[in-house]
Write a protein that binds this ligand. Structure first.
Ligand SMILES: C[S@@+](CC[C@H](N)C(=O)[O-])C[C@H]1O[C@@H](n2cnc3c(N)ncnc32)[C@H](O)[C@@H]1O
Length: 526
């Protein structure tokens, strides 16, 4: 048969499974475990939740929440506030949040409040990366950061790896502040349909081309296909009134639709609430739905693959879960892009005035989603911008290296024709870009680009300093040694310059410029 090839032959790898029990979730975990930090090297999208702007929003909201809490419960100052980041990923967001929280504590005179930031993930590979990352050295040494292996789908104790403290009802005497970015979309969901006042579960079947199997396991998740069977639900689905009441509400309110229920996330929330004596303050940014009207008239859930895969998060269900048990929530007015949502248990946001103000500003105001929309527009058109606009945008980004790396060549090309005020403004903020450097494999080095900027404006000593700092990250690169040599020559460091021109020539023996410089220096020094 012509079409009967291994690519065309599909094998069913599971049939009619409850969505949250599908093999997809195991494959998702295997993917992250195997990839480790490489998951974020051009595979899993992460800029939107890992930039200084969103980190700044989280730090501002968190510090206001801690202030509010201390005002209402002065004795809470005697105990640490733990901030637990779930599914931490690359650690870049954590670094920016830590940095901002540290600055805010100093500025607001809150250094006597003990805050411990816990970076958690289910895979040891990620934890090992954070533990040895130079960005966290200062925070580790000062007891401001700790690490934990925490699989949100497994109800096990959470032990901090540095201090050996177990997060529990005895140690969590203050609310547990929790950050969950791009993680609720990653862990298990159930899927349902509502048709004419009846509720159905969607049972999943997964199939895979035969040639995508190795040892009976799919290799590339993107080649999987999914199919659903509907099955009417006639009794309580979860045997848990908190959850079944939400499904009942959907059955009675939605007209005709399919929707997801973030069961893995809700179970993890339940566990954390229990550990924290029912005092949880949760901030989450993810793709998802926050209004019930947006849950209606949807087709069967689609799975988007990008190295890993992700699903739309039903924030509306999470909000109801908190509200039904005496808590509160703040969902930003729906707009395009990710949604930032805040949930609190056992208290009302109206009792937290500073927090409410921060939510107005950083969630309802210019949110992480708005920031990202603007960033995308700028990325598409910065070739038309003058240096003033670029400088203003860099300031808006909070001096984000990721953005500067995109704009760097435009900046150096504009330096000659731009005014001194703008150049000085950029120059005086370059140290902030350098401080925001979070090393990741196979990514460009901001220190090198800062050096190029100072080189272009003829501040050779600054340029030299940044080239030297970049050396450990960029390694044996012709441009680095050649530029180092040029700066050293301009600073009268002739013998060092000669050495580096020779080094550059070793890396690129065809470089005529290096040869000419060597000849010139040797001739003039004799
Ligand atoms: C899509 S990434 C998001 C990373 C990061 N929060 C961000 O915004 O870029 C999902 C992260 O969750 C972790 N993860 C996956 N399943 C998990 C689970 N069951 N429990 C805890 N972490 C999990 C992965 O290792 C990965 O670091």
């Amino acid at each position: 048969m012509k079409n009967d090839t291994p690519q065309n032959r599909k094998l069913i790898i599971e049939q009619h499974k409850r969505f949250s029990e599908s093999c997809l979730w195991r494959m998702q975990r295997e993917y992250f475990d195997k990839a480790g930090i490489d998951a974020w090297v051009n595979q899993v999208p992460f800029y939107i939740t890992s930039n200084p702007y969103i980190a700044n929003c989280y730090a501002e909201i968190t510090i206001r929440f801690i202030s509010d809490w201390i005002s209402k419960h002065p004795e809470s100052k005697n105990h640490p506030f733990y901030i637990l980041e779930l599914g931490t990923g690359s650690g870049r967001f954590s670094y920016y949040v830590l940095k901002k929280l540290h600055e805010l504590r100093i500025t607001l005179g809150m250094t006597d409040v003990s805050i411990c930031y816990v970076m958690s993930d289910f895979t040891k590979n990620n934890i090992k990366y954070y533990e040895s990352h130079p960005a966290f050295k200062f925070y580790i040494e000062n007891g401001l950061v700790d690490f934990a292996l925490f699989d949100m789908e497994v109800a096990k104790p959470i032990t901090l790896l540095k201090s050996n403290i177990q997060l529990s009802q005895e140690t969590l005497l203050n609310p547990l502040i929790t950050f969950a970015n791009y993680i609720f979309d990653t862990i298990s969901h159930d899927a349902f349909s509502v048709r004419q006042g009846k509720l159905y579960e969607l049972l999943l079947s997964v199939s895979c081309p035969e040639n995508n199997l190795e040892n009976n396991k799919p290799v590339d998740m993107e080649q999987l296909s999914t199919d659903y069977k509907v099955n009417e639900i006639k009794k309580a689905y979860y045997d848990d009134p908190d959850l079944d009441n939400i499904l009942e509400q959907y059955k009675n309110t939605l007209t005709e639709t399919s929707f997801l229920f973030p069961i893995g996330s809700i179970r993890a929330i339940k566990l954390l609430k229990k550990l924290a004596n029912n005092k949880l303050f949760l901030i989450s940014s993810d793709k998802g739905y926050s209004a019930i009207k947006n849950l209606d008239h949807l087709g069967h859930p689609s799975i988007s693959f990008h190295g890993s895969f992700s699903m739309m998060v039903n924030f509306h269900a999470i909000a109801n879960y908190f509200k039904n048990s005496g808590g509160d929530y703040f969902l930003q007015t729906p707009r395009k892009g990710i949604k930032t949502s805040i949930f609190v248990s056992d208290t009302k946001l109206n009792d937290l005035p500073q927090t409410k103000l921060a939510l107005q500003k950083y969630v309802e105001g210019v949110s992480a989603a708005d920031y990202f929309t603007l960033h995308r527009r700028v990325s598409d058109s910065f070739q038309d911008y003058n240096l003033e606009t670029i400088a203003a945008h860099m300031n808006f980004t909070g001096w984000d290296p990721h953005i500067y790396l995109k704009l760097a060549s435009r900046v150096t090309s504009l330096v000659e024709e731009s005014d001194l005020d703008t150049i000085n403004f950029l120059a005086s903020n370059m140290h902030k870009l350098a401080e925001n450097y979070y090393y990741m494999p196979k990514s460009d080095c901001i220190l090198f680009e800062i050096a190029v900027f100072f080189h272009a404006i003829k501040r050779y000593s600054d340029a030299l300093n940044y080239y030297l700092q970049a050396q450990q990250f960029v390694g044996e690169q012709f441009g680095l040694y050649y530029n180092l040599a040029l700066c050293q020559h301009n600073l009268g460091k002739i013998s060092e310059a000669l050495e580096n021109f020779k080094h550059a020539l070793l890396i690129d023996p065809t470089s005529k410029e290096s040869q000419e410089w060597i000849t010139y220096i040797e001739k003039n020094s004799n």
